[in-house]
Structure formats: C-alpha cells, structure tokens
Design a protein around this ligand. Sequence first.
Ligand code: NAP
Length: 298
Amino acid sequence: MQILNGKEAAQAIKDSLKIKVAQLASQGKEVPHLAAILVGNNGASETYVAAKVKACEEVGFKSTLIRAEENITAQKLLETIRELNSDPDVDGILVQLPLPKHISEDEVINAIDPGKDVDGFHPSNVGRMVLGQSTFVPATPYGIMLLLEHYKVETKGKHAVVIGRSNIVGRPMSILLSGNSNPGNCTVTLCHSHTPNLKELCLEADIIVAALGRAEFVTAHMVKDGAVVIDVGITRVEDATKKSGFKLKGDVAYDEVAPKCSFITPVPGGVGPMTIAALMKNTFKSCAQKHYEEAEGE
Ligand code: NAP
C-alpha cells in the first residue's frame, strides 16, 4: 500500500509555480492576482479561504480577500463581482461556497467572467471541460488528477466508481476520469444517494473516489484488494481532546481500508492540499493567458 501524499505533491506544484512567478517578477512582469470573496463567517469557509490566501503568499501571487456580511444583498454581491471582472489587475475570482440561503449560487457563478473563473464553475468552463477543451477545471477534481499523475497511478482501462454527483466534485471527477487522457480512460460509474447497489459496485471498482460527505462511509467490506481509494470527504467530528473541539474525518474508514489498497489518500493531507495547488495552477494559467504566450498546457 502506498499513501498518495497530497501535501508532498502539492508542495512540488507550488515550488514549480514559485519559480515561474519569481521569473515574471524579476522581468518586471505582472504576477498572478487572486481575489477571494467570503460571505459571512462559516468556520470551515474561513479555514479554506485562509489556506488559499496563504498559498498565494507562498507562491508569490497577489491576493485580495473581500469579506462581506452574512446579510449582504445579492445585488451588492453581484456588483462586487462585476467590479472584479472589469479590474485588469485581477486574474482570478473565487466566491467561497456555500453562500447564505437568500443568495442564488447559480446567479453568482454565472456573473463571474469565465476568463477569471479559476474555480471552473461557470457553465461555459464546465462545457469546455466536458468537451475536453482547455479550460479552468474545478480545483478538487483537477487536484485529484494531478495527484494521480504525480504518483503515476495507472488509470487506463480501469473501472472507477465515483460516489457523489455534486457539480464541484463528483460530476466533474466522473467526466475527467472518463476522458481520453492520461490520467483518464476509465470506465466510470457515477453513484449518488439513489444508487441501490453501491456496495456491489464498489467491490467491482479498481478506483473509488468517495465524495459524499459522510464520515467513514466506505468500509473494508466495500473495497476489493488492490483498489486505489481517493477520499475527498471532510467532515468535522466532535473531539473533546482537540483544542478546536473537532477532528476531521474522511469518507473512508482509513484504518481498515488502507491495508487492502494499492494506493490511498489520507485525510487530512490528501485531496485537500491538492485542491489548493490546483487553484494556484488555474490562477497562474489565467494570468499567463492574459499576459503571456506560454499559457497553454499549464
Ligand atoms: P454535496 O454537494 O453534499 O454532494 C454529496 C453527494 O453525495 C450527492 O451527490 C449525494 O447524492 C451523494 N450522497 C450522499 N449520501 C450518499 C449515500 N449514502 N450514498 C451515495 N451517495 C450519497 O457534497 P460535495 O460538495 O461534493 O462534497 C463532498 C465531500 O467532499 C464533503 O465532505 C466536502 O466537505 C468534501 N470536499 C472536500 C474538498 C477537498 O478539498 N478535500 C473539496 C470539496 C468538497 P444526491 O445527489 O442523490 O443527493
């Protein structure tokens, strides 16, 4: 069993970006600039945005964090997005999800300039991804693809079972794994809460991507020997022994599943850091597309 160490792979990506950004800066060129909007003060969202801002600092990007009150109107939020869209200094815009109930996430995502949509959620970027065209691929599935690539995990001809069909993880993951690419070329089964025979499907899987948000849902009796298991889930579980009062659990019962696997991601330290590294790559790509020739293939 080999651990797919997302921390290590993400560091390699960030180190390589750091060198490129330093080169741009030394030539007096624009460096990438990510603008993040955080609405309200959801604890998990605060943590994710802070990690993204920190990663920007680490690689030498500019970053701007725009905080909005929980009760901000949709109109005001859309106005902020339009300002960022037209600011030539901003390369990437992300709105941390989830948003308060009174704001339509679709409306907000649709308002972001697709050329600055580094989260890859805008319909035109999703369409490009489905068609296999160059685009901003949503950061979590993109990060998983980069992790598989980093560890040279063979995916061609494999049966992948993706659990969860959200627009930000499961569905794009299923599209990427089924693409004519490397990693890719899998036969994919996409499962959700109405899938009746999940255990049987998982037992047939060479690759399982668990993205349902239920702590330790995937147990050893659902995994065949030698499978590759990618755990996307992050659930806060109460733990009085921790200063924060909680610990993070993945969607996979790691201790019992890991011995059966050829490769497995830990939580934390697996998919999470890769998501941030992928976002950094998308932001660099946006800047490069705008200012420089070498954008393609980033
Ligand atoms: P989501 O929008 O809540 O989607 C969950 C999906 O799982 C839905 O499609 C749902 O099916 C399916 N599902 C729920 N219970 C199920 C069950 N018992 N059997 C089969 N399918 C089931 O969640 P998400 O945003 O995709 O996130 C999933 C998890 O990944 C969460 O824990 C989240 O915190 C984590 N996450 C981690 C990262 C990272 O960087 N590591 C990034 C994003 C998300 P229906 O569609 O039928 O409801």
